[in-house]
Write a protein that binds this ligand. Structure first.
Ligand code: COI
Length: 365
């Protein structure tokens, strides 16, 4: 049975002028729409529990007990999903069931309750119904949903919390990096994002917290993102602080991306690009790709493009790789043909201008 959401309208929403000003230049993650969604859960992680009190209410601060487990043991997970405005005014989202599945896998890893996929998708629909006016129409823009779950039980013993809250907030979003130009990235040799048996495949705040110190190191060297490698697997490349990575071998009509080892996040954009590339008859390899292969591939011209991908970043070209004592230059065609055309096809499907032959789109309103 569909969950009933209660509704409390925001009595002081942003004015139409303020909203228009924000939508004219949304950036990424700076502004939030007038409402949010909250659903509570109570129960026992091992035996089950109940989701209740689903509500759409004004966006605003949360009041939480300072003993809430999330503040102490970091029981938290999140997702990133986008809503796209189509030419006829309708709003659609892309493969939300994939995000719902990953949210459930992340929940399992963090001993949080698994939310049913239909409730997850319904929560997105409820938010965008309330805040439809916040969905941008500009090129490359979307309404970014940020669903997240936190352990709210006030208890300091270390065990899965018996009270949990799920929220969704929404933010109009433009280009993640603020530029379509290739971004240089920093290779972290001091820090790891994830380890075997750890939480690398889960979308939990802790992974991102652990990546920030390396990102700061990168920023000091003029890099906007950091990339991690696994020294135990011959310096195999893993992923960026918040995105997956692809290498284009142009002459071979091939793309290569690190395989999912349990320490890498299974990106929805990643798996969609793999499918689109296969549809074009390209060779796709999910395998270990090492720093040496990257260095040599760029030097001998086999690697013609490198790009990052994710819901927020879509497909973003990577320029140089910088490290403490060496650099790998940008491939000759650093945002070349293949990444550009994969991006165009993907964005076209999302915006409804390219045929959705895999049935990836779900209409929200
Ligand atoms: C996303 O791509 O949606 C993410 O959650 C990554 C983050 C860097 C914004």
């Amino acid at each position: 049975m569909a969950t009933e959401f209660s509704h409390e309208a925001n009595q002081s929403p942003a004015t139409a002028e303020r909203r228009a000003e924000i939508l004219a230049n949304p950036g990424f993650g700076d502004y939030f729409s007038d409402h949010m969604v909250t659903i509570d859960w109570e129960g026992d992680y091992k035996t089950g529990g109940t989701w209740y009190d689903a509500r759409v209410h004004p966006y605003g601060p949360l009041t939480l007990d300072p003993a809430s487990a999330v503040f102490h043991y970091g029981q938290e997970i999140f997702e990133g999903v986008k809503g796209y405005r189509h030419a006829d005014g309708s709003v659609w989202t892309f493969r939300p069931e994939k995000n719902a599945e990953r949210f459930a896998r992340s929940a399992h890893r963090l001993s949080l309750p698994e939310m049913p996929a239909d409730l997850f998708i319904e929560s997105l629909r409820e938010l965008v119904k309330a805040d439809e006016a916040w969905v941008p129409t500009g090129d490359g823009e979307a309404f970014y949903f940020r669903p997240f779950m936190i352990a709210t039980e006030a208890y300091l013993g270390v065990r899965p919390a018996k009270h949990v809250q799920y929220h969704v907030i929404g933010s109009p979003a433009g280009n993640y990096f603020g530029t379509p130009e290739p971004v240089d990235i920093w290779l972290s040799t001091t820090y790891a994002r994830a380890g075997e048996g750890g939480t690398g495949a889960a979308k939990c705040g802790g992974n991102y917290a652990a990546s920030m110190i390396a990102q700061i190191e990168g920023e000091k060297h003029g890099c906007k993102q950091v990339i991690f490698k696994d020294p135990h697997r011959g310096d195999a490349i893993e992923e960026l602080g918040g995105m997956n990575v692809f290498f284009v071998f142009g002459k071979e009509n091939k793309i290569v991306t690190p395989e999912l080892t349990g320490t890498i996040l299974e990106g929805v954009t990643r798996s969609s690009l793999i499918q689109l590339a296969k549809d074009r008859g390209m060779t796709v390899e999910e395998r270990a790709i090492t720093l040496n292969e990257w260095r040599e591939g760029v030097a001998n011209g086999d690697i013609t493009e490198v790009f990052a991908c994710g819901t927020a970043a879509v497909v973003a070209p990577i320029g140089k790789l910088k490290a403490e004592d060496f650099e790998i230059p940008a491939p000759t065609e650093h945002f070349g043909e293949i990444s550009k055309s994969l991006r165009e096809e993907l964005v076209g499907i999302q915006l409804g201008t390219v045929e959705d032959r895999h049935g990836w789109m779900t209409r929200l309103i």
